[in-house]
Each structure stands twice: as C-alpha cells, then as structure tokens.
Design a protein around this ligand. Sequence first.
Ligand code: ARG
Length: 469
Amino acid sequence: MTNNIQNSSQTQTNQSWGGRFSEPTDEFVKIFGASVFFDKILAPYDIQGSIAHATMLQEVGLLTKDEKNQIIEGLGQILNEIKTGTFEWSVTLEDVHMNIESRLTQLIGNAGKKLHTGRSRNDQVATDIRLYLRDQVDIIADEIKRLQLALLDLSEKEASTILPGFTHLQAAQPISFGHHMMAYFEMLTRDAERLSDCRKRINTLPLGSAALAGTTYPINRERTAELLDFERICSNSLDAVSDRDFAIEFLSAASLIMMHLSRFSEELILWSSAQFNFIELPDSFCTGSSIMPQKKNPDVPELVRGKTGRVYGNLTSLLTIMKGQPLAYNKDNQEDKEPLFDSVDTLKACLRVFADMMPTIEVKRDNMYNSTKMGYTTATDLADYLVKKGLPFRDAHEVVGQSVSYGIEHQKDLSELSLEELQVFDDRIENDVFDILSLEGSLCARDHLGATSPNQVKKAIKIARKNLK
Ligand code: ARG
C-alpha cells in the first residue's frame, strides 16, 4: 500500500461497525471509501479531542479515573508512534479516527472501547477539522505579518523612489515605489482581518452533537469546550455535524489572499522583464532555461500566480460538495479534506516564499525614474496648475492635450519645453510651471491622507507599523 498504509485483513469487515454485516467490504470499495490516506494529518487533533472527551466523560461519571488515565496514556503513546513513524495505519480501518481507536483498544483493552461513549465520528471529524484549521489560521496570520513587515521595510527605503503609476498599463502619474508597496500592505491587512473574523466561527465546538441528534448521556459540552479552548459551542447538533461553511469561509479568505499575491506576482514578473527593467530578482529565486542561455526566469512569482488557480478550484470544490447535501452528515463530507489541506499548504508556501523574497529584491531606481519621465506623467499637474490660474478644468485638459501632442511631435517631455513654447498654448503659464512639471514636484504635491507624496507614505508606514504590533 502507498504511504505505509497496510491492507492486511483481506476478508474482514471493519470492526467498529461490522456487527450488522454478513459480507466483507469489497476490496476496492474499501480503498475507495477510505480517507486515512489523507486524514491521518488530523491525528494530533483527533488525539487532543479524545483526551478532552475522555476527561469530560470521567468528570460526569461515565468513565472511572483509572479508565480515563489509561486512555490518556494510551493516546500519548499513539501520538508518539505516529510522530516517530512506527504507527501502523490500516486501510481496513478507513480513517484516522478508527485507526487510533483500534490501536488504543489494542494497547489498553476495555477502557479503549469506552472512549467512543456519547460521540460519533461525525462530531469527532467536525471537531478535528476545526482544531486543525484554527492552528493553521494562526500560522498563516503569522506569515502574513512577516510579509507585511518586509513590505514596510521596503516601503520605508523606497518612499522617495519615483516610478510611473499606471492605469490601463499606460503610464499615468508619478508615484512613490513605497506607496505602491504599501498598497499591497493594505490588501494584506484586510486579508488578515478576514482570517481573524473567520477564526471566530471556526472556533466553535461541534463535539457532543454525536451522530446528528445529540446523545442520551449526561455530557458536559461546556467543559469539553473549555478543555479544547473553543470560544463557543455549536447550538444545533444537525448543523454542527454537517455544515462546512467555516471551511468555505477560510477557502474564500485564502482565495482573496492568493488573488492579491497573484497580482503582486504579475507586477514582479513585468518589472523584472528587460522591457521594464524596474527590479532584479535574486538568482536564488529564479531559474534558467535549458536551451536559451541568456534567460533568467521569475519562477517564484510565476508559480504563485499559477497556484492561485488551485486555491480558487478548492473553493469551488467545497462549495459544490456542500450544495446538494440534505441534513445532516453525508459521506460527501469526507471530500472536504483534500481541498482544504491543499489550500492551507499552498497558501502557507506562497506566503513564506514571498516573505523570504521581498527583502532580496533589487530596486532599479534610475530605470524607474527615467521611465516615468517618458510618459508625460505630469500632464495632470499642468492642468491643475492652469485651473489654479483660473482656467476651468475641461479647458485646461484641452490645452494640456495640445501641449502633449506638441511634445510628442518634437520628442520632448513637458518639462523640456521652453516657457515660450508652453505659452503658445496658454499665456497664463509662467516660470513657476517648471516646479510642478518636475517628477519630484508632481509627487510631493499629492500631499494628503492616502496620497503618494513621500511625506504621506512615511506617515502611513509609521501608523502601519504601530497597528501591526
Ligand atoms: N472519514 C469520515 C469523514 O471524513 C469520518 C466520518 C465518518 N462518518 C460516517 N458516518 N461514516 O467524513
């Protein structure tokens, strides 16, 4: 079997539910129905949940102290076996839950058989996924923060670096490179907020809902929630075992993060091309071509952009898995895991590689500056200048349009035209126009909250640093 998973007991039915069956499970159906291949990564959470459940069962008198201690000790040994790779996973036992329970009974006998009192795999698996996802959300939040810190450092260094800001991928107005980087910082701030909001709903306890209707035992769900550090308890057993909306919420938050990383990747790819030549990615984050010796390909951002597709796909998978299911649990739900795990792993990897790459990017300030000079990016500034001298904006727009056309014809930027040349278009233009036609002048003039002047960018960075702590 792959992944060290045994398929030993060929003719046996599953011991946990085989009682009413007279024929063994079809060999292929056994493999088809098993989830142990992928759900074994839930093992530490399954054990954590079982320890809390056993503790609660003992407190309400359903287990003796001795039985509870045996269970906790046995589960500890199992966790150790799993971590050291000596645990024998069996496909006949279907999933992580039954593999662990079966081994527990093997180790401690009768007490092991009592662990499942008052619970079902339905509330167990819902609990495991929530514990897993809560942990993963915290790891992802830390990675976002690491990337944000890298962006703050870069923005601080490049607050006065000028590059063309684009609309329609046409040079529009001069902007600060720090301002550009801070745009991504803002996106990531909202991404982190979305995750932390979704964490609240993940952090709700399904255990105690049993198969679908609750249990006849006098369980104490508040106590289980406290032991597992859940903020709330699911208040409807049918809902608790069946819905996976918390995972879908996570997958949508993950998709938005990937969308942002993908846009960022697209820019890094463009900027590192010979045509833009705005940045240089380090060799350690690029690869060469086996045929074209001159090539240095931006693999890392390309892969991040590409992997965005699978994260979107996983969101669509889970939405589709859920849409036709009647209440309550259905085996369809077993299909929730692979898309979820894949998105978690993909997202963690992409954030990690981005956070590592950011401090290594070389910013080619001169190239950015020269490119900004080429695109008539201060045309709006000239129009604003004329408005301040009394011309209505629409007329100013027309005048500047004519001077740009003249500039193109004579291959000169607006700042390179003489006062006499400019005055042909409007005699209100005076010598002070050259301050506002310079890139620096244009940049510094946009000096209000949220705008691109280096002064404002530095203020924004300061506030962002404080908020990030
Ligand atoms: N492996 C199952 C899953 O992932 C666990 C729950 C099984 N419950 C059941 N009634 N068959 O969903």
